[in-house]
Design a protein around this ligand. Structure first.
Ligand SMILES: [Zn+2]
Length: 113
């Protein structure tokens, strides 16, 4: 399952960071998920539940912010929101488009003590 492996990576980062900052219990995690990652928020929530047996995550609430996909045209440098994964520049119709954002999955911040 895609989301479970993604969540394992996130949980690893949280464990490491919490240990470094002497945090024993995490209360909130804000996760940013780009739409290009194809990760389903509900599945991420479910995957996160699997780690709740750990004291560190027992009371943690996972919040997810979706980041829309944006493209940038390599020909005219137009930056635009990509809909339905149509990577064609709406300005000059060039298919020469790079993904400017939407591929990211990272922890924006977390809270705990
Ligand atoms: Zn263009």
């Amino acid at each position: 399952m895609h989301e479970l492996s993604l969540m394992m990576g996130i949980v690893d980062q949280l464990r490491k960071s919490a240990a470094e900052n002497n945090i024993k219990k995490i209360s909130k995690v804000m996760l940013v998920v780009g739409e290009m990652t194809m990760a389903v928020p509900d599945a991420l929530q479910l995957a996160f539940e699997a780690f709740k047996e750990e004291e560190l995550f027992q009371n943690a609430v996972l919040e997810i912010r979706k980041e829309p996909v944006r493209g940038e045209c390599k020909d005219c440098h137009h930056n635009f929101g990509v809909e339905d994964f149509a990577f064609v520049c709406p300005n000059c119709s060039s298919p020469n488009v790079r993904i400017a954002s939407g591929r990211e999955l990272y922890i924006d911040y977390y809270e705990g003590d």
